[in-house]
Design a protein around this ligand. Sequence first.
Ligand SMILES: [Zn+2]
Length: 156
Amino acid sequence: MKEHIDSETLSAYLDGCLETAQLDRVLNHIKVCVICAGEVNAYVKVRSVLKRTAIKNMPLDLAADLRLAAAKKFTEQPWWIQWRLPQYWVPATGMAISLLVWGWWMQKSFVSEDSIPLETVLAAHHRYLDEGNLPVTDLTADGFSARLASYEETVE
Ligand SMILES: [Zn+2]
């Protein structure tokens, strides 16, 4: 016989919380395994007994005393413990700080004083194209190279 079905899976089976493949595996197993079928029957009996048991409410004075004791214990703690954030904020805050530092660092590392602001150059280029200020001869590669060479001579 293969391995028995673990108690958690059997409990999930009784709660109707299994996926189809897992449900088929459990159903096929408890058909042939007396031990697991017995465990399922035991769970069913416990469940039926618990359903028949009357629910008793907590006495109101006990509930009030417990709330008072909890509130008193809370107010006796220092303020930094009373108002601290839940533990899941620690990794979330760490991740947010890491992303901010990474983003700042990436921005700083890609922008140098020698770099050309490409967006500005492209915007100016498209504006010149739209306004028709670029001579057609400058739009070909040969014309561009000649124009660029003339700029370099002018700058020096
Ligand atoms: Zn079994």
